[in-house]
Ligand binder design. Structure first.
Ligand code: FES
Ligand code: FES
Length: 299
């Protein structure tokens, strides 16, 4: 499968939205600025394994994995497709529950653990929970209870109860290094790097690649709504039905999400997520606390 992982879709021009969806390349032109990823997955692609619950980023039923290149490395994170603009996944790898597979077409180890521990009743939350646990397992194959709780804090289950799900999360077999996404990593990185060569998109969804382009587009389109994460603006679209004729996305600006550390300062890019910043801040606060008693003793 690795050699065939990226099947080219219909090329509709460099100005459109281009991303990998599971093992397919998607090329879209002339999408409205308020097109949302979840609607595209369910209504256009009929990938209905990804569920719509709250449609406001609270329940996690719509969780998918988004793989992004950062400094040449591919990072996957679970995200809510309901409040993700389609333009925000331009240049990314979107992985849905339909793509999960174990060796030889068996259940994926995450799915198997959920089955073994009776972690699903009605099943509506299950695809989102599986995707959240998959993202955790790729980084922490033997997670602590605290890591599991953090990983699932955006996923609601209304009927199973959480105990079986928590037990499943700590009993996932297999080695992430041998997982299918790990095996396909080189091909996916190459495909995403090829997409990054495309010209920045114009039209309804403006996606500057650097700060100069962002400032120029802002000056030329002062009425465009500026979007970084979309946790608020996604609700303007889904709940307030507010017209969104043009959006200026900041998520593709190189280095905008970079976090750098020196001996006495941490600089967090305005596009960095809380999840990126949290471990850096936690490590720094531990160092700070370790230093304090020494300072008190030496006063
Ligand atoms: Fe509830 Fe997306 S549908 S978070
Ligand atoms: Fe029914 Fe979780 S299994 S909501």
């Amino acid at each position: 499968m690795v050699g065939k992982v990226v099947q080219k879709g219909m090329d509709m021009g460099a100005a459109g939205i281009r991303f990998l969806l599971n093992d397919q390349q998607v090329d879209l032109a002339d999408m409205p600025a308020d097109a949302m990823l979840l609607d595209f997955l369910r209504e256009t692609r009929r990938l209905t394994g990804t569920k719509e619950g709250c449609n406001e980023g609270d329940c996690g039923a719509c969780t998918v994995l988004i793989g992004q290149l950062r400094d040449g490395q591919l990072h996957y994170a679970p995200m809510n497709a309901c409040i993700r603009f389609l333009a925000q996944v331009d240049g990314c790898h979107v992985v849905t529950i339909e793509h999960l597979r174990g060796p030889g077409g068996a259940l994926h180890p995450v799915q198997q653990a959920m089955l073994d521990h009776h972690g699903s009743q009605c099943g509506f939350c299950t695809p989102g929970i599986v995707m959240a646990l998959y993202a955790l397992w790729m980084v922490h194959p033997l997670p602590t209870s605290a890591q599991v709780k953090v990983a699932l804090q955006g996923n609601l289950c209304r009927c199973t109860g959480y105990a079986p799900i928590l037990r499943a999360a700590q009993d996932i077999a297999g080695d992430p290094a041998g997982d299918f996404l790990a095996a396909e990593r080189t091909t996916i990185i190459q495909a995403l790097q090829d997409m990054a060569q495309d010209a920045p998109a114009a039209g309804a969804a403006l996606r500057p690649r650097d700060l100069d382009q962002a400032l120029a587009l802002r000056a030329a389109h002062p009425d465009a709504v500026v979007v970084a994460g979309a946790t608020d603006v996604g609700l303007w679209v889904n709940k307030h039905l507010r017209p969104m004729p043009q959006v200026l996305h900041l998520s593709q600006i190189a280095g905008f999400d970079r976090i750098t550390q020196t001996a006495d300062a941490i600089t967090i890019g305005a596009g960095a997520s809380y999840a990126q910043a949290a471990p850096v801040l936690a490590a720094a606060s531990v160092k700070w606390m370790l230093k304090r008693p020494l300072q008190w003793f030496t006063k």
